[in-house]
Design a protein around this ligand. Structure first.
Ligand code: FMN
Ligand code: SF4
Length: 519
């Protein structure tokens, strides 16, 4: 009889919740009882409130238990864990847990299912299908496929990937680069980290297809310095993929060359801005460059460079494997495909929800998130990272679509969703947005560098109450200057959380509705 497969994630969210200790306890207790198990360290399924989530392979499928502590191991084994036995921590067949069953996982379809560093596992779960198809296609056909899929950048700005790739493909240069932005600094976001740690070959495959399309031979993955597990996993995955011929001097035996490297980021939010990232990659301080020239034309070391977010590249293999139309048919309007939304903050069921564009925030907050962890009513939701607007309940039925969100003065960004209950002080959160900008500003332009510090002061004066209406006018004026005069989105988008807090929650700034209208 073969050993029972038991899965304990090696994703850092699971590790933070004690997954290594649970794995050790399972191995010890099984050895003591003479039970043979095959322990697999998989990626996370993204059901973070259940981490460490232990799964057991049974004839009916994998059965999930969680959150498991080392102290639970004895009672779990007593209850017949290895046969999927009943226990208070049992959640049934993993795939049937509503949080997972209701998702449309295209990019994350392998997440938590495979051993992230097993090439055999990757291949057995449709890995390299996109690259294998791409290798037989020319650049023009590849460009058509990516463009037709409707894929837009998942890092925040939602720029069409096909247009960016076409620009680089059309240039003649001795060297072109493909750079992956894995700096992932947005509050409440972790889809990049999960990919780097949980399905690294998918990112390699997407970047190799990009390189093939544009004629690049060198690539870099710029990984957030606070992600040591991601750095280690990606580095190992690149070595394995190179050994196996998926990277290197003859990608899949073809004439295509693609060498890929990992670089640890500099530990600053603004280094995620693409031109500051290029400076940092070149070994300089992370200061934003003026555009033009666009990085596609003069990027890394002044040469043509494709820069995309992790999820943008990671979406490419399934587009090539299943066809552009398959991907395009998901979503709504000009937002095609799916977005891995990341539920965080004060939410009962935090985790990753990949769904086609077009669902609503309400569905995410209650259908998936189950409301707040505190049990109190939800007051405000920040969508799209620290530069995203606070979305009030009156807007929770707006479809999550790039254009629909722009129409209400909000952004989807990288899909981060941070929930606050009714104890949140929105003036305090507005102040925090300005303070964050002041701390993280690269300092190149005045509206952001000085404006954010003045913004903190003005909000403090509003909270103090003296001359409040006048100070609100000043704050709006300052925000207008930051929007119009900042060189990059750090300064121009900080007013989004500030003004949305002021507009939707004036009472938290000590304003009555009448004051607010006057201001
Ligand atoms: C202050 C700031 C921080 C950013 N941080 C990130 C980041 O961590 N990851 C990312 O992919 N994009 C980030 N961006 C967006 C990038 O500048 C760029 O638009 C993106 O990497 C392009 O890839 P995409 O088209 O695939 O989204 C940031 C932008 C700004 C202004
Ligand atoms: S807006 Fe801020 S972060 Fe961006 S270039 Fe200006 S000072 Fe730097």
């Amino acid at each position: 009889m073969s050993a029972v497969k038991v899965f304990v994630p090696c994703d850092s969210a699971a590790l933070a919740a004690g997954a290594n200790e649970v794995a050790a306890a399972l191995l010890n207790e099984c050895a003591r009882r003479g039970l043979a198990i095959d322990l697999v360290r998989n990626g996370s399924r993204g059901l973070f409130w259940l981490e460490p989530l232990v799964e057991v392979g049974t004839a009916l499928g994998r059965v999930a238990y969680g959150p498991v502590t080392p102290e639970d191991v004895v009672s779990l084994l007593d209850a017949g864990l290895l046969d999927g036995g009943e226990h208070a921590l049992r959640h049934g067949i993993t795939e049937q847990i509503p949080f997972l069953a209701l998702q449309e996982r295209l990019t994350f379809r392998r997440m938590g299912i495979t051993d992230p560093l097993s090439l055999a596992d990757y291949e057995a779960h449709d890995g390299w299908q996109g690259l294998k198809r791409a290798v037989g296609m020319g650049s023009a056909d590849l460009l058509h496929e990516v463009t037709h899929s409707g894929l837009r950048g998942r890092g925040g700005a939602a720029f069409p990937a096909g247009i960016k790739w076409k620009t680089v493909a059309g240039l003649q240069a001795a060297q072109k680069y493909v750079v992956c932005n894995a700096d992932e600094g947005d509050s409440g976001t972790y889809s990049d980290r999960m990919t780097l740690e949980g399905d690294p070959f998918m990112l390699i495959e997407g970047m190799a297809i990009a390189a093939m399309t544009v004629g690049a031979t060198e690539g870099y993955i710029y990984i957030r310095s606070e992600y040591p597990h991601a750095v280690a996993t990606m580095t190992r995955a690149i070595a394995l993929a190179t050994e196996a011929g998926f990277l290197g001097d003859r990608v899949l035996g073809s004439e295509h060359i693609f060498h890929l490297h990992v670089r640890k980021a500099a530990g600053s939010y603004v280094c995620g801005e693409e031109t500051a990232m290029l400076e940092s990659l070149e070994g300089k301080r992370g200061i934003v460059r003026a555009k033009p020239p666009l990085p596609a034309i003069e990027g890394l070391f002044g040469l043509p460079t494709v820069i995309n977010n992790v999820i943008t590249f990671a979406s490419v293999p399934v587009i090539l494997a299943r066809g552009a139309q398959f991907y395009r048919d998901y979503g709504m309007g000009r937002s095609h495909g799916t977005l891995p939304f990341q539920l965080a903050g004060n939410v009962k069921q935090g985790g990753l929800v990949e769904k086609a564009f077009g669902l609503t925030l309400r569905e995410l907050l209650y259908g998936f998130g189950g409301g707040t962890r505190s049990g109190r009513p939800i007051k405000a939701v920040q969508v799209g990272g620290p530069l995203g607007a606070y979305v009030p309940e009156s807007q929770w039925d707006v479809p999550l679509d790039y254009e629909a969100y722009a129409a209400i003065g909000a952004v989807l960004g990288h899909g981060g969703i941070v929930v606050h209950d009714d104890t949140a002080d929105m003036a305090g959160l507005a102040r925090y947005a300005m303070e964050f900008c002041a701390i993280e500003s690269c300092g190149k332009c005045t509206p952001c560098r000085i404006g954010s510090t003045r913004g903190v002061e003005v909000i403090d004066r509003i909270a103090g109450g003296a001359n409040r209406e006048q100070q609100v006018i000043l704050l709006r004026d300052l925000c207008e200057t930051m929007v119009g005069g900042s060189l990059c989105a750090m300064g121009s988008m900080t007013p989004l959380p500030v003004l949305s807090a002021l507009d939707h929650y004036p009472e938290d700034f000590g304003l009555t509705a009448a004051d607010h209208q006057a201001a």
